[in-house]
Design a binder for this molecule. Structure first.
Ligand code: PMP
Length: 416
């Protein structure tokens, strides 16, 4: 397909997420079509290559076209691609359930489709648990300011970023929002009515890579235990090695009641999610006639499970976590150097996640910097005026250097 046809077809028929479509469809905008990937690199239709600076919207862990994950998917598709998980089971789901349970220290695994539905599952399990187990007044949810937990109605109603809440502003589970632990502690008598608190551990992603103070998560866990409130951790972004440990909660020795995983679960190859929980929660659903009435056509997709098993195999065989500490140090040094630029207000980093906030720039500057950085071989997407670097964990030192250099040139070009 040539460039002209591509622009015409896309603009005639497609509708992109989180995208002002008037600008997208404007005459002068030429959509970039990606056709191939290998490791940290992506190629467009014209044969130009780019570094995948945000792991294809925070999903890719081991790079594109990894032979182990590719083979796992191919072997599975030759057996069967998808079967119903309603009334049936299958080996890939069993094997993956066991591996996830061992890795996270939570024995029960409920599969779904994406980050948003992993959150919906946790919230609905928490609410239904209390309904069924003698605390029907526990209907409230507490979330944090600037949080993002997805865009289905329930998940969006938990979020704290007005722009992304849309229609969900007028809907929801009686969600209270708090700024920090102090505010949570001063909720007072209302606490008895709270079913669960939900948080992105260590770092709030869509807020602009905002870091929580060290120890916050442990204190939150303690507060939840003392107040009989479930703790839901949204590790959709932070899961699978991103922060330097397999799961971010392990850095503060926290085991939540619900752990929500998605993006990196399949290594970034297929849509799939998992909500992990405790035996206590599971047992709360064992009474006469009880079931968790939730599930989708593609729950526990065999292909998704196979890809996830492939990704976990790569973690083991390539000793990904062992190699990460040294890589994080290099990453810290490189992204940290952007902090010396006069156009940069602050660099925030957690493991292999970095947010580079621009200083005093009009709205839309972050997006313009990312477009400029393409010329220098980098693809990424900002959160407002915070630039994001979140490379696949297989990134080399040289590639990290190239990413940071492309961003530096992009910033200089756009911000002067
Ligand atoms: N939670 C967090 C922390 C996220 O970063 C995201 C996606 N950016 C989601 C939930 C929603 O995930 P999905 O887009 O896969 O529904």
């Amino acid at each position: 397909m040539n460039v002209g046809d591509r622009c015409r077809l896309d603009k005639e028929h497609l509708w992109h997420p989180f995208t002002p479509m008037r600008e997208w469809c404007a005459e002068e905008h030429e959509p970039l079509a990606l056709v191939r990937g290998e490791g940290c690199w992506l190629w467009d239709q014209e044969g130009r290559k780019y570094l995948d600076g945000n792991s294809s919207i925070w999903t890719n862990i081991h790079g594109h076209g990894h032979p182990v994950i590719n083979a796992a998917i191919k072997e599975q598709v030759d057996r069967v691609a998808h079967t119903s998980f309603l009334g049936f089971t299958h080996e890939p789901a069993m094997a993956l359930g066991r591996e996830l349970a061992e890795l996270a220290g939570l024995p029960r695994v409920f599969f779904s489709d994406d980050g948003s539905t992993a959150i919906e599952c946790a919230v609905r399990m928490a609410l239904q648990f209390w309904q069924q187990n003698g605390r029907p007044e526990k209907l409230g949810m507490v979330g944090f300011d600037a949080a993002y937990h997805g865009d289905t109605l329930g998940a969006a109603s938990l979020g704290g970023i007005p722009l992304f809440k849309g229609a969900a502003n007028h809907f929801g589970y009686g969600v209270q929002r708090v700024k920090d632990l102090e505010a949570l502690r001063s909720l007072g008598v209302d606490v008895a009515r709270v079913a669960a608190v939900i948080v992105e551990p260590l770092i709030q992603g869509s807020a602009g890579m905002r870091l929580w103070p060290k120890g916050m998560l442990k204190e939150l866990e303690t507060w939840c235990r003392e107040n009989e409130v479930f703790l839901i951790l949204d590790e959709v972004m932070t899961g699978f090695g991103r922060t330097g440990t397999m799961f971010a909660c392990q850095q503060e020795d926290v085991v939540p009641d619900f752990l929500c995983l998605a993006k990196g679960l399949t290594g970034g190859y297929l849509p799939m999610a998992a909500t992990l929980t405790t035996e206590r929660v599971f047992e709360g659903f064992l009474g006469e006639g009880r079931a968790f009435y939730y599930g989708h056509s593609y729950t526990a997709s065999q292909l998704g499970c196979a890809a996830s098993l492939g990704s976990l195999r790569v973690f083991r065989e390539e000793r990904v976590m062992e190699g990460l500490a040294a890589k994080m140090e290099v990453f810290a040094g490189l992204v940290g150097s952007l902090g010396a630029m006069p156009q940069v207000l602050e660099v925030r980093r957690c493991g292999m996640i970095a947010g580079i906030e621009l200083r005093d720039q009009p709205p839309g500057t972050g997006a313009r910097v990312c477009v400029a950085a393409r010329k220098f071989g980098l693809l990424t997407r900002p959160v407002l005026n915070t630039l994001v670097l979140m490379p696949p964990l297989c990134v080399t030192h040289a590639e990290m250097g190239q990413m940071v250099e492309a961003l530096r040139l992009g910033i200089e070009e756009v911000c002067g």
